[in-house]
Design a protein around this ligand. Structure first.
Ligand code: KG4
Ligand code: ZN
Length: 334
């Protein structure tokens, strides 16, 4: 197959991401515009504002990305776009731009699952993992362990029964009065505190399966802040204990997933994969047992278009890229 030039479009939430990948060569360029500052005033993502901002940013970002790579739109062989999960209105912006551009250029528009983008993003690094591996997907919407046998070969091993790990970080940050986006800010505060000064539970750590539960942890944090001896100066210690509790559970389950599948490579993906304590503990604990952990580069941890272009290119190479049919496009918010 001649090298395929693939554009990737990501608009599932509050980042407009565009990536350009060429099969056989890898990522040529990518651009992300984050709406974080805009939503910060509201304490969270406002879906209607997110959609409108994607409309504003998407075409200039596509132009910038093509320019950075020195390539023309007319050279594109395919366009991949995030079809879900995410905010319906935001997804529709990316889907409609992808589908119309594809129609104009007479190339296929290929719907890509957002989580597949995250899942394969560690393969964008200079030392990529090889199939098969176990993936720990930890984002704002998902906490999942998967066995990845190859492109499109994903078996769910376990997931959260309630809040996702990133969601737990965000909700806990909010109840501690921290500004949006809570997760990274909470984790930064945790670095200034000491775990163990508070005692929080490790939900489902010893459940004997690969399921997770994080909503009780947030409630336990709330309870701790309502005690008479709680003062705002103790927030860093509470944040550190919260982070340690989440990391404890994620590490234990990741190790159990490797043991259960008999695999030695663990790939971590999604926004929480940027957490430095999680990175440090997984590296140490899995390394000690002869395994290896792969993280996406920090710029590919949060939402971006590079991972969507890359997943689309991998699907094309594997002969598993199904174009949307009939000119009608569907987004799948959930
Ligand atoms: O993958 P992502 O960018 O978007 C989703 O698809 O959800 O993940 C965002 C999530 C948010 O919940 C955010 O708080 C969390 O990742 N996050 C972190 C850190 N950086 C981002 N959580 C803990 N520690 C971090 N350093
Ligand atoms: Zn994501």
């Amino acid at each position: 197959m001649k090298p395929q030039l693939v554009l990737g479009i990501e608009t599932s939430c509050d980042e407009t991401g565009i990536g350009l990948v060429e099969t056989g060569r890898g990522l040529l360029a990518h651009r992300v515009f984050s709406q974080i500052d805009m939503h910060a005033a509201y304490g969270g993502v406002v879906p209607e504002l997110a959609s409108r901002d994607h409309v504003r940013r998407i075409v200039p970002l596509i132009r910038e990305t093509m320019l950075a790579a020195g390539r023309e739109l007319s050279e594109l062989d395919a366009i991949g776009y995030t079809t879900g999960p995410g905010l319906a209105g935001a997804l529709l912006v990316g889907a409609s731009v992808a589908e119309s551009l594809a129609l104009a250029l007479d190339v296929p528009a290929i719907p890509i699952h957002h989580l597949e983008g995250h899942l394969l993003s560690p393969m964008l690094s200079s030392e990529p993992p090889t199939f098969p591996f176990v993936a720990l997907l930890v984002s704002g919407g998902h906490t999942q362990l998967m066995r990845v046998g190859g492109v499109g070969d994903y078996a769910l091993l376990g997931e959260s029964v309630d809040d996702a790990a990133g969601e737990a970080f965000d909700k806990t940050a909010k109840l501690l009065g921290l500004p949006y986006p809570g997760g990274p800010i909470l984790s930064k505060l945790a670095g200034q505190g000491e775990a163990g000064k508070f005692k929080l539970p490790r939900p489902m750590k010893n459940s004997g399966d690969l399921m997770f539960s994080f909503s009780g942890l947030k409630t336990a944090v709330l309870t701790a802040t309502q005690k008479a001896d709680f003062t705002p100066e103790r927030i860093p210690d509470l944040a550190a204990e919260f982070q340690e509790a989440v990391v404890d559970v994620l590490c234990a389950k990741a190790r159990a997933a490797l043991a259960q599948t008999g695999l030695s490579q663990l790939v971590v993906a999604g926004g929480v994969g940027a957490n430095s304590r999680l990175r440090e503990r997984l590296r140490r604990e899995i390394g000690k047992r002869g395994g290896k952990v792969f993280f996406p580069e920090l710029e590919y941890c949060s939402d971006n278009g590079a991972m969507i272009a890359f997943a689309c290119a991998m699907r094309i190479e594997a002969g598993k890229a199904a174009a949307a049919t009939g000119g009608a496009f569907a987004v799948r918010p959930r």
